[in-house]
Design a protein around this ligand. Structure first.
Ligand code: C2O
Ligand code: CU
Length: 486
């Protein structure tokens, strides 16, 4: 497996290489896709759905022998898929058995800042943190992962991550038989050093570790047996830095039915979908009986030769998952033409400009947990103009919201990766994203939410800011600092 190593500007950069290739040069898909167990919790006397999660260490066989040290939630690697319905009260008891401080964040969830699980809610070793909130947003594919400042990249990379599905009564008839025709596809790139995860990212690139192997739901070389006419894949890019542009090797078209914040109003027929770290896409495929298709990634348009090269490493594709379609398929319902109606966000109350200024700064500043960078009014909608003024790639994620992407310079407005309600947007060098951001209704002048680059090394480097949501009457009272209360 000839990994070539180029040294550019002092950075040693490993090209993409694939292991276990068959004679056609493709990945030999030989392992059934693991399906994370679904966890619906228990409902206590007052109607609250209660989940018990333990962050723990373990070992896993990820194709390099049984002894790869991994982290997981309620298991050796990755975590269960949590499910709750819109309107339900939930509580999650998160116990930290990792032996070091971590946290647990509910990515894409709208909830009070004190429950958000960001850097201000650390979970010390051998303690349990029990956030609670009411699920109050449309059906969506959300996810959870640690968010301790400075450690997020390592903790996610080792395997603390899982999906959190919000269900909604009255959902349209999309495939919904979990693990059968409604399948989580958590895509992560890894690099191995012997039988262990390589962790030293310094040599790889400014964005952190770029792996040379793909795991889907922690499965190396995965295939999925398809037995229904239609299958919904809930694709989550849970990689630390890699941006994918997913398509099928056969050119099979598919329907984009949902993005970060939930369903699109209408399904969109497409052939490829780009996802940067943190982003999700729900797609529905209708493959021919007896056919096979490889979900693969071709290099996305990064608008930078330097990064284009780093991401593709000279290869034109990264094989991700094989679909093996049975000859006889159980019938699936037709996908309706209207999936949902998204509420109007209304006119913005103002415009805020944010500049991504380096790989460790936003608006020229590194993250400071005691500094409030933005104060917004509860329930307001603002236009955020986020400009990538640095020479490198980034994306931009805002907590406690699902925004509308008005446009991104250089991208067609119909680009599928801009569709629907979003919590994360990709920003190639030089691009400006205009976002219509509806802020939450949980004012707390003391407890900030985060906005940051979701390339986890950048986030850990300090490429993160803090905003507080306050009642309109308090907008002038908030000072630029918060107590660090832990
Ligand atoms: Cu998925 Cu602030 O993160
Ligand atoms: Cu970044």
């Amino acid at each position: 497996f000839a990994a070539f190593v180029a040294v550019i500007g002092g950075l040693a950069v490993h090209a993409w290489t694939t292991r276990a290739v068959d004679t056609t040069g493709r990945v030999a898909f030989d392992t059934p896709l693991r399906i994370p167990p679904v966890e619906t919790g228990t409902v206590d006397a007052d109607g609250t759905r209660v989940f018990d999660l333990t962050m723990q260490r373990g070992t896993s066989d990820l194709g390099h022998g049984p002894g790869t040290r991994t982290w997981g939630v309620n298991g050796d690697h990755l975590g269960p898929t949590l499910r709750a319905e819109r309107g339900e009260k939930v509580r999650v008891n998160v116990t930290n058995a990792l032996g070091e401080t971590s946290s647990m964040h509910w990515h894409g969830m709208r909830l009070p800042a004190a429950m958000d699980g960001g850097p201000h809610q650390p979970i010390e070793p051998d303690t349990t943190w029990s956030p609670y909130w009411t699920v109050d947003q449309p059906a969506a594919t959300l996810w959870y992962h640690p968010h301790l400042h400075g450690s997020t990249a390592a903790h996610v990379y080792r395997g603390v991550a899982g999906m959190f599905l919000v269900d909604e009564p009255g959902a349209p008839p999309l495939p919904h038989d979990y693990g059968v025709d409604d399948v989580p596809v958590i895509v992560q790139d890894k690099r191995f050093d012997g039988d262990q995860f390589a962790e030293d990212d310094a040599m790889f690139s400014d964005v952190g570790l770029l792996g040379d192997e793909i795991l889907v739901n922690g499965t190396p070389r995965p295939f999925l047996e398809v037995g229904t006419e239609a299958v919904r894949l809930r694709v989550l890019n849970a990689s630390n830095a890699r941006v994918y542009d997913f398509s099928f090797d056969t050119g099979m078209p598919f329907l984009l039915v949902g993005s970060d914040g939930g369903l699109l109003e209408q399904p969109r027929p497409i052939r490829s979908i780009q996802l940067s770290p943190g982003e999700r896409a729900e797609i529905v495929v209708r493959p021919e009986p007896g056919s096979r298709h490889v979900l693969r990634s071709t290099p996305p348009d990064l608008r930078s030769d330097f990064w284009q090269d780093r991401f593709s490493g000279g290869d034109d594709r990264i094989d991700v998952l094989e679909l093996r379609v049975a000859a006889d398929l159980a019938p699936s319902p037709a996908i309706p033409e209207q999936l949902t109606t998204l509420p109007e966000l209304g006119d913005p109350t103002g415009t805020r400009e944010v500049e991504l200024t380096s790989s460790s700064t936003i608006d020229g500043r590194e993250m400071d947990m005691s500094r409030i960078d933005q104060v917004v009014v509860a329930g307001s909608t603002e236009l955020w103009e986020v400009r990538n003024a640095s020479g490198t790639i980034h994306n931009f994620h805002i907590h406690d919201t699902q925004f509308e992407i008005v446009d991104v310079t250089g991208m067609h407005p119909d680009h599928p990766s801009l569709a629907g309600r979003k919590d994360t947007v990709f920003l190639p060098p030089g691009a400006t994203a205009r976002l219509l951001v509806p802020f939450g209704r949980h004012p707390d002048p003391q407890m900030p939410y985060m906005y940051h680059c979701h390339l986890l090394k950048h986030e850990d480097n300090g490429m993160m800011g803090q905003f507080v949501v306050v009642g309109a009457e308090h907008i002038d009272e908030v000072t630029g600092t918060v107590g660090t209360d832990h």
